[in-house]
Structures are given as C-alpha cells and as structure tokens.
Design a binder for this molecule. Sequence first.
Ligand code: FAD
Length: 280
Amino acid sequence: MATVFFLPNTVEEACSILEEWGDDAIITNGGTDIVIDISKGNLIPHANVCIWNINELHQIKMDGDYVRVGGAATYKEMMNSSLTKEFPGLIEAVSQIGSPGIRQVATLAGNICTAAPAADGCTMAMGLDAQIVLKSATGERIVPLSHMMIGRGKTKRRGNELLTAILIPTSKKNCAYGRLARRRASDIAKVMVGASLEIEDGICTRAVVSLGALGPVPCRAYSIEQKLEGKPIRTGIEQLRGVFPEEAKPRISQFKRYKEQALPTLLVRTLELAAQRGGA
Ligand SMILES: Cc1cc2nc3c(=O)[nH]c(=O)nc-3n(C[C@H](O)[C@H](O)[C@H](O)COP(=O)(O)OP(=O)(O)OC[C@H]3O[C@@H](n4cnc5c(N)ncnc54)[C@H](O)[C@@H]3O)c2cc1C
C-alpha cells in the first residue's frame, strides 16, 4: 500500500485533510519520533500530513495572559525566542533534549503527542500548567496538559485534530527544571522534575510540580503542591526533605532503587531554584 503524502501550507488545509482521512492519517512534525516508527515498519500510514511548511505554527507570540507556542515551533525556535526565554525552567528542559541536530527540527508539540515516559519538554510544560489547543475543521478545544496523556503513546487528541498551540501562563516564570541522566548529552533522563512557584511576601500562593520518567507518562505531583501552598516557601521546601511524592510510588518499574533515592533530592533542589528565581 502506498502512503499519500501531504504538505499543507495552512492550518485550515491541514485540518481539512485530517477531517477527510481521520485515524488513517498521521501527522509528521520534526519527525524525530515518528520517522523511527515508520522506518521500523511499526507504523504504515495511509496518509502522512507533514505540517513543517505551516508558518503560522512556527510562531511564538503573546496571547492574553499566555505565551502561545505554535504547534510546529522547534526547540531551537523556543531557545531563540525572547518570550520563551522568560521561563528559565523551560529553556533548561528543551536545551538538554537530544543534540543540536535534534533540537533544530524537533518540537514541543511532538514531545507531548508522543506521550512517552521520559519526555523533557512535556514534563516541564506540565510544571508550567500549560494548556493544549486542539483544532479540527469543525472547531477548537483547549485541554489542560495534565489531562492530555491517557497512557503510554496515547493522548486525548482525536484523529481529525491538529495540536495548534501550547499555551503557557505568564504567571509561571519562577520555574525550574531538574533532570538526572547517565550523561549530560544525548541521554534519556532517569528522573525529571518540573516546578513553578507563585510567591507573595515569602508565602507560596500557588505551586505546580510535575514528574517525568517515573511512570507511563509525565504526571502532576499534587501531594507536593498541597504541602507547599499557603506556607512560607522556604519552610515548605525544608519540610519536603526526604519526602517521596505519593504520585510516583505505584508507578516506578525500571531503575526503582535509583529513582527512590534520587527523586526526593532532585525535587528539593528544583524547588529551591524556582523559589530563588521568585526572590525567596
Ligand atoms: C537521537 C534522539 C535523541 C532524543 N533525545 C530526547 C531527549 O533527550 N528528551 C526527550 O524528551 N526526547 C528526546 N527524543 C525524542 C524526540 O526528539 C522528542 O520527543 C521530540 O520532541 C518529538 O518532536 P517531533 O517534532 O520530532 O515529533 P514527530 O516525530 O514529528 O511526531 C511525534 C508524534 O507527535 C504527533 N504530532 C507531532 N506534532 C503534532 C501536532 N502539531 N499535532 C498533532 N500531532 C502531532 C505525530 O503524529 C507523532 O505521533 C530524542 C529523539 C532522538 C531521535
């Protein structure tokens, strides 16, 4: 069976192709995940919609109280944008992904839609409480990133939908990212923590904490967020020393002992950095 290849120039064109082909179509963005599946023969699509040429999807711009990262914006484009550079944790996460060659083409949208356990960009974006914009020929909906992944390799995206943007709240600039891997370059991390803190007069008014590489997909550490909110931030972080987040407990399989020992320390270090960036 031959695959029909599409190279749309606009979001509308892409959505109308997806409306026609639905689950028989795949979307190729930077291709760093999906091309591996195609070349191994694990995926034989009827139609392949490459969204690389859609200029609008490469844009990173303000959208009310959010920074809107387009659905085809690459890590390199994010690292060069003055808007995304204001989120130090996000830059820490995306600048450690793969290698310069990977970051030149790979995208945050692809990292989210792949729904892999050790996804750096996705883990940090979840720690920023990002929202996902999904568009089809018939409408648009917004899904919180923390609800987007429903299992390894599975998301809430429907076959006729294109991820057009990731919305990052501007209130989340006091953020940090921590990752532990065997090597600094080109290695998938074994433990990941993303965090953003809102602090007023030394009190933590809002905490968002995410964990990666600890289960089938990244997840929020709500138990940790609750322990921080409403407390002086330094006291809250101090009380977390040695605490292993409840959400990670049933999830770890590989490298269990290493992760159990490493996660509490990485969590505190990441929160300390975010607090420092928030002036506390
Ligand atoms: C050598 C190497 C090293 C790597 N290192 C890392 C690493 O350190 N950390 C890490 O997290 N990842 C790493 N990766 C994985 C990969 O680079 C990332 O997950 C990347 O962000 C995927 O983006 P992409 O644009 O290439 O996605 P693609 O491969 O184009 O697409 C991935 C999936 O997302 C879907 N998709 C993409 N964009 C959209 C959209 N706009 N709307 C709807 N669906 C969409 C595709 O259909 C596909 O299912 C590495 C990969 C390689 C090959």
